[in-house]
Design a protein around this ligand. Sequence first.
Ligand code: 5GP
Length: 164
Amino acid sequence: SDVRENLTYEGFGRAVRELAQTIADDGYEPDIVLSIARGGVFVAGALAYALDCKNIHLVNVEFYTGVGTTMEMPVMLAPVPNAIDFSNKKVLIADDVADTGKTLKLVHDFCLDHVAEVRSAVIYEKSHSLVKCEYVWKRTDDWINFPWSVEKPVVRRSGQVLDA
Ligand code: 5GP
């Protein structure tokens, strides 16, 4: 449909504060907030401050269109986080939205192998997401305009090579 969920920077500020309060009220005290770049970086930074957690890690995930296939799968790009940093830690994965949920599932499954406990927090979760996050600010099935990506970049760049 043409319906859009428009999140402003001001709205994001309120949303992420409420999300943090929900996590705190639930008694989850993460040792590490793991952000999924790029949209999750905003969420992770705000949650880490609100939850008084000083450790933020980052994982780069991009959708990759495989050669000879039309199916889009997310891939983790280098540098992949060091598993040793995660051992016996309580991790909170932070992202902007769980849509198909494939991105979050990739990172969640990576964490499961290494950490003491892992939970996920998102601003938005769509009903068809294959991952059900522990902490969700709002559920919608509309396309979301995020304040950091609603405007075009100030400069156009082409031919950037991703670190795979
Ligand atoms: P996934 O489908 O793996 O859950 O979502 C992957 C990524 O696609 C999200 O982290 C986000 O960057 C982007 N994405 C998915 N749905 C939306 C949406 O409704 N609006 C925007 N702006 N990005 C989205």
